[in-house]
Design a protein around this ligand. Structure first.
Ligand code: CP
Ligand code: NVA
Length: 305
């Protein structure tokens, strides 16, 4: 495992090991036990999109591991002015011990990982968001005491979150149901890859356009913004099309009684989710946000240690 680009690339065992290490690092942090396993190492963090959680959790995480996080906005580095990914990779690998990148085209991250001899971590592309799902699996485990056999229902856009959740569920043996409106379904190649992983783990994948069908019997109800970064021009149209997919009290009540509500954040109350659900007693959104820190520390320690 040189890079973290997609959960599909990892074995079930590798994912379990990352989650276990994340929980161990979380426990050590809570008890004031230092773990400077990346002392003297530097992580370059390339952002061509906005971020609150990802930037802060990687910067703090790298610091807690004894290393140095270097924020590289695409507005400031030559990549944003047309320098090639190849040259950027070849230069950065001479200075850094790892690269984290958040950008639009997934192919750019694949190219960076191919060209750079140092680990590359995908911190969100238009296609995938694996770091978020590692944190989500960790959160599900903490709240439910297991992963295998649980059912996750994702209601909304067939986007980067839906894709990575599908991969994550398949790898850990969780059932997954995704309800997305026609025309906004998940990527066909991701579905095909995930179906193979589901076959291997024995859990199931349901793809539907009916939110009530997807949410039935769910242990975890997940949604994400209807307007991802880069889709701002489609905002009005999307808000109209997705309204029947809003996770409100009525829809949420069709899940299991003890279901938890999850959202990667940032959330838009009154659109993909109502206040009574996201701010209600079954919401675990801030646990997920916190676990970004612990899960990503496990990723950095594993890839860069
Ligand atoms: N969930 C997530 O990735 O949040 P940010 O966009 O704030 O990093
Ligand atoms: N689907 C969202 C996730 C944000 C963390 C986006 O890509 O903007």
């Amino acid at each position: 495992m040189k890079d973290l680009i997609s959960l599909h690339d990892l074995s079930s065992e590798e994912i379990k090991e990352l989650l276990e290490l994340g929980l161990k690092l979380k426990n050590e942090l809570k008890h004031g036990i230092p773990h400077p396993v990346l002392k003297g190492k530097t992580l370059g963090m390339i952002f061509t999109k906005s971020s609150t959680r990802t930037r802060v959790s990687f910067e703090v995480g790298m610091t807690q591991l004894g290393g140095y996080p270097l924020f590289l906005s695409s507005n400031d580095i030559q990549l944003g002015r047309g320098e090639t990914i190849h040259d950027t990779a070849k230069v950065l690998e001479r200075y850094l011990d790892g690269i984290m990148i958040r950008t639009y085209a997934h192919s750019d991250v694949l190219e960076l990982a191919e060209e750079a001899d140092i680990p590359v971590i995908n911190a969100l592309t238009d296609l995938l968001h694996p770091c978020q799902v590692l944190a989500d699996l960790m959160t599900a485990y903490e709240h439910k005491g297991k992963l295998e056999g649980l059912k996750l229902a994702y209601i909304g856009d067939g986007n980067n979150m839906a894709h990575s959740l599908m991969y994550g569920c398949a790898k850990v043996g969780m059932d997954c149901a995704i309800a997305a409106p026609k025309g906004y379904e998940c990527d066909a190649e991701v579905i095909a890859n995930a179906k193979n992983d589901f076959k291997m783990s024995g859990s199931t994948l349901v793809l539907t356009d009916n939110p009530a069908e997807a949410i039935m019997n769910a242990d975890i109800v997940y949604t994400d913004t209807w307007v991802s970064m880069g889709q701002e021009a489609e905002k009005a149209e999307r808000q109209k099309i997705f309204m029947p997919y809003q996770v409100n009290k009525e829809l949420f009540s069709k899940a299991k009684n003890d279901a938890v509500f999850m959202h990667c954040l940032p959330a838009y109350r009154g659109f993909e989710v109502t206040e009574d659900v996201i701010d209600g007693p079954q919401s675990v959104i801030f646990d997920e946000a916190e676990n970004r820190l612990h899960a990503q520390k496990a990723v950095m320690a594993t890839l860069m240690g």
